[in-house]
Design a protein around this ligand. Structure first.
Ligand code: FAD
Length: 436
């Protein structure tokens, strides 16, 4: 007997989690099946809607001016700009005060760990005091054991980029951590639990020790930026505590991977899934499906997915639903795969448009416009995958997030925005289809 739900979402990244929550809002029974870690754990935690136009123009002040003019087939063109706005409101309700921004019609400018300035629509609350539009002088603090955030270099780069404030960077030794292979979660948990650390002259708490060495470096700056390691479960408390001890605003500079802000967002989303009654099964891959069709081909075909097969310790277990959402990610998440002469979607074998000559997949210029960046399944305006003829692959399948074709998230700075908007629409439509 197959395990049965109303809506089955495959993939537990931002797109899948949003789809599952949106479907559950419709009052139907939802299951989310996911395999490995999603890109949430590597991404910065920022929700970028559209920082640059596909032509490269930008940074964009108002993403919606350009969003209305995107070419046919871009995921935002498919769902429409009102759905993008609705999805942002949906996100705000899920994350509550953990996020700030509400930059829907005007991108916020956020400094990143490389000293670049990134246009984004939503950022974690702990990033807010560091915005590049704020003219206050800034001290950036890096740590010897975290070489990926080079604070002096980031500060110099920010000034070169034309940030409207003076920035200075220092590199310090993190109290209580001497190993340069310590995970970012080790820093966060030390601060979360305010563990006792030995500072040479005796023992003190981790937060007091950190505040003491940073205080010594302040030269009148009224805000201090750290790499994103300021606590995990108690992030807000850690940040507030450091602010009180230092007497200045404290913020995190988004970076990654691995990314604590991304992990904190993942925790929020999975708490929401739990609260909403979505059944979540992790660590299992969907490997195949069984379908049925009405014997017709082309536009009048109504091929449906009957159930999918999940590999549970080498045994194929059927999971059945009325509606399915494919949110398995792109080439990174393995929702889209490539072999020497083909690019394909591995579960349902949905059509993925790609030249049979792999040399056409790349641009000669490393920083050029690479076709592979846009590989994915092509969908109609209901986000249902289309075959080579432009007909529906299945009547009861929708796709969302990085598995979709038609956009280059890295160039456009649109990754999370597309996953959020298309996840929201795919889940909402799947849920309402079941409700009838
Ligand atoms: C390093 C990095 C940094 C980024 N930084 C930013 C940023 O700063 N801002 C921004 O907006 N975007 C950023 N992005 C892009 C953004 O993270 C992604 O576009 C977006 O999160 C993709 O979400 P998704 O849910 O579509 O896919 P994914 O996050 O890839 O999730 C797909 C999930 O599906 C699961 N899955 C795959 N196949 C199966 C299967 N057969 N059965 C079950 N489960 C399966 C995977 O294991 C995974 O958990 C970044 C991406 C990367 C890689």
């Amino acid at each position: 007997m197959a395990i049965t739900d109303d809506v089955l979402v495959i993939g537990g990244g931002l797109a899948g989690a949003t789809a599952a929550l949106a479907a559950a809002e419709r009052g139907v029974q939802v299951r989310l099946l996911t395999y490995k870690q999603s890109t949430l754990r590597h991404a910065s935690g920022l929700i970028d809607v559209l920082g640059y136009a596909p032509s490269g123009k930008g940074p964009l002040a108002d993403p919606f001016d350009t969003l209305e003019t995107l070419p046919e087939g871009h995921p935002y063109e498919r769902v429409g700009s009102d759905a993008v706005r609705e999805a942002l409101l949906f996100f705000d309700a899920i994350v509550g005060d953990a996020y700030a921004g509400e930059h829907t019609d005007a991108n916020a400018l956020v400094p990143t760990s490389s000293g670049a300035i990134k246009p984004t629509a939503r950022y974690p609350a702990g990033v807010a005091p560091g915005l590049a539009s704020d003219p206050r002088e800034t001290l950036l603090v890096g740590f010897e054991t975290l070489p990926e955030f080079d604070a002096p270099l980031a500060a110099a780069h920010l000034e070169e980029t034309g940030a409207p404030f003076e920035a200075r960077g220092v590199t310090l030794s993190f109290p209580g951590i001497r190993r340069d292979d310590a995970k970012v979660t080790r820093y966060a948990h030390l601060l979360d639990r305010d563990e006792t650390v030995d500072v040479g002259r005796g023992e003190t708490s981790a937060r007091a020790a950190l505040a003491a060495i940073v205080r010594d470096q302040l030269e009148g700056e009224s805000r201090v930026g750290f790499p994103p390691i300021l606590g995990d479960d108690n992030h807000a408390t850690v940040r507030r505590d450091l602010e009180e001890r230092l007497g200045v605003d404290v913020f995190e500079v988004p970076s990654g991977p691995p990314s604590l802000p991304g992990m904190r967002l993942e925790d929020r989303l999975y708490d929401a899934l739990d609260d909403t009654g979505v059944r979540v099964t992790t660590g299992v891959p969907v490997v195949d499906y069984e379908g049925a069709d009405n014997g017709r081909s082309g536009a009048s075909s109504t091929k449906r997915i009957e159930h999918v097969l999940v590999d549970r310790k080498g045994r194929d277990v059927p999971y059945r639903a009325d509606e399915y959402v494919l949110a398995t990610g792109g080439l990174v998440g393995k929702g889209v795969r490539s072999e020497r002469e083909r690019v394909f979607e591995p579960i349902f074998d949905c059509h993925v448009e790609a030249s049979p000559d792999r040399y056409d997949w790349f641009d000669g210029d490393a920083f050029g416009d690479h076709p592979f960046a846009r590989f994915g399944v092509t969908v109609d305006r209901e986000l249902r995958p289309l075959d080579t003829e432009g007909d529906l692959e299945f009547a009861n399948l929708r796709a969302a997030g990085a598995v979709l074709s038609g956009y280059d998230f890295a160039a456009e700075k649109s990754g999370s925005g597309v996953s959020l908007a298309t996840g929201f629409v795919a889940g909402d439509r799947a849920g309402s289809e079941v409700r009838g």
